[in-house]
Design a binder for this molecule. Structure first.
Ligand SMILES: Cc1ncc(COP(=O)(O)O)c(C=O)c1O
Length: 382
C-alpha cells in the first residue's frame, strides 16, 4: 500500500524545509521519472542520428499510447506539445476565423489563454464573448451561462475543465454537448486535469482537449497532450512549420525541428508512477486533505469555492476592504518568507483566494502548519 504525505517527499527534490502546496502551477517530478528522462537524454547523446531519424517517431507514439490509456482514447488521437499555451495557439490557428465570428470563454479563463484569444480577435476581426461566473457555481448555473452566451455566430467555445484562479471544476460532460448542438467547435482547456481527473476523451466529444502532463502527471516540464477529434484532425497543425507540417495528424507533430522531446517521452513514466501510487487511493488522500483544510480555514472564516477539483481547491478569505492583485502576491510572499509555505493566491471576483494543491506528498501536518502560519501572520485586508 502506498504511503502518501511526508514519506513520499523523498522521491522529490523539493527543498526539505519547505511546505509545498502549489503543485498546480509548475508540477513536481519524482525520482523515477527524473531518471527515465535522463535515460532518454543519454539515448539521444549515444546516437543522435538514429534518435532523430528513427527512434523519435516510435518512442513518441509509444508514449502517446501509454498516456492515452489514462484518457479514454487511443494514442493516434493525441499529439505532444510543450504546454497548453502552445496547444491553444494550435487550436486558434486551426479555426481560420473571419470578421464577426464569436469566441466564447469563461470570465475566469486562464489569463494567457484569454490573451491569445484577444490577439486572434484583433488579427481576424473575430469577437470575444464571456460567460460570467461566481465563486459558488452549480452545474445548472454553468449550463445557463453557456446557453446565454451562445449565438448563431459562435464558432469556438473554450471551456476550462479546472479553472486556474478559483480551482473550480466544470461539468464539461454536460457543457460540451450544449455547445456542439449549436454548431460551435469546442476546445477544453484541461491544463490541470491529467493525473487529477479520470478522463474519457472519446466519450466527451470535444473537438480539442489539451492537458499538461507536467502539472499533475509527475512529468518533467514541457509536456502536454493535445487531443483532436476526428472532424478536426485534418486542420490541426503544429504551431511551428517544419518538415512534416503537411503530413497527416498525428505524424505532423512528432518531429517539429530538433528539440528536446525527452519530457514528452517521460510522460509514459509519469503515468506509471501515478499507476503505482494508485489513482483511487491518491484521490481519497486528496479528498481527506481538502476536508481537513476546509475545517482549518473555516475557523478563520475562509469559504470553500465550489465546485472544487479533486486535488485543487480555493478558499475566499474574509476581508475588511476591497482586495487587489497585490494582495495575492503579498500573501504568497509572506507565507514563503516567514513560514516557508508555498501556496498560490490571487484576487478573483474581488475576493482574495488562497488556492491549495494537494499533491501526493502533502499531509495533514502541512495543512496544520498553514493554519498556524495564517493565525500568526494574518493576510492582507483581514
Ligand atoms: C487553466 C490553465 N490553462 C492554461 C495554462 C497554461 O499552462 P502552460 O503554462 O503549461 O502552458 C494553465 C497554467 O497554469 C492553466 O492553469
Amino acid at each position: 500500500m502506498t504511503v502518501f504525505g511526508r514519506p513520499l517527499r523523498s522521491d522529490f527534490l523539493l527543498q526539505a524545509d519547505g511546505i509545498f502546496l502549489n503543485n498546480g502551477s509548475f508540477g513536481s517530478v519524482p525520482a523515477p521519472v527524473r531518471s527515465a528522462q535522463q535515460g532518454w537524454r543519454d539515448t539521444v547523446e549515444t546516437q543522435p542520428d538514429i534518435f532523430f531519424r528513427e527512434t523519435i517517431y516510435t518512442a513518441t507514439r509509444a508514449a502517446a499510447a501509454r498516456v492515452a490509456r489514462l484518457c479514454g482514447t487511443v494514442g493516434e488521437a493525441l499529439v505532444f506539445t510543450p504546454n497548453v499555451t502552445e496547444s491553444v495557439a494550435v487550436v486558434l490557428a486551426a479555426m481560420d476565423f473571419k470578421a464577426g465570428d464569436e469566441i466564447l470563454l469563461l470570465d475566469v479563463a486562464y489569463a494567457a489563454v484569454r490573451r491569445a484569444v484577444d490577439v486572434t480577435c484583433r488579427r481576424t476581426g473575430a469577437v470575444v464573448r464571456t460567460i460570467p461566473t461566481g465563486l459558488q457555481m452549480t452545474p445548472a448555473a454553468y449550463a445557463e451561462g453557456l446557453k446565454a452566451g451562445l449565438t448563431p455566430r459562435t464558432r469556438l467555445v473554450v471551456l476550462d475543465h479546472i479553472v486556474s484562479p478559483t480551482a473550480q471544476m466544470l461539468p464539461i460532460e454536460d457543457l460540451v454537448p450544449i455547445a456542439k448542438a449549436q454548431g460551435a467547435r469546442v476546445f477544453v482547456d484541461g491544463a490541470h486535469a491529467l493525473g487529477q481527473v479520470a478522463l474519457d476523451l472519446d466519450a466527451l466529444g470535444a473537438d480539442w482537449y489539451a492537458t499538461n502532463a507536467h502539472k499533475w502527471l509527475f512529468t518533467p516540464r514541457g509536456s502536454c497532450l493535445l487531443y483532436a477529434g476526428p472532424e478536426v484532425r485534418a486542420v490541426t497543425r503544429p504551431a511551428i512549420v517544419s518538415h512534416y507540417y503537411e503530413d497527416a495528424y498525428p505524424r505532423c507533430f512528432d518531429y517539429v525541428g530538433t528539440r528536446d522531446v525527452t519530457a514528452y517521452l517521460a510522460a509514459a513514466d509519469g503515468a506509471d508512477y501515478l499507476d503505482d501510487l494508485g489513482f483511487d487511493a491518491l484521490t481519497a488522500h486528496r479528498a481527506a486533505l481538502i476536508g481537513a483544510a476546509n475545517t482549518a480555514l473555516g475557523k478563520f472564516g475562509g469559504t470553500l469555492v465550489t465546485p472544487h477539483a479533486p486535488a485543487l481547491a480555493a478558499w475566499a478569505l474574509p476581508q475588511s476592504r476591497a482586495a487587489d492583485t497585490a494582495d495575492g502576491l503579498a500573501l504568497m510572499k509572506a507565507l514563503w518568507d516567514e513560514a516557508k509555505i508555498q501556496i498560490a493566491a490571487n484576487v478573483t471576483h474581488g475576493r482574495l483566494l488562497l488556492r491549495l494543491s494537494l499533491q501526493a506528498y502533502v499531509d495533514l501536518q502541512d495543512i496544520a502548519a498553514l493554519a498556524a502560519a495564517l493565525d500568526r501572520l494574518g493576510w492582507p485586508g483581514r
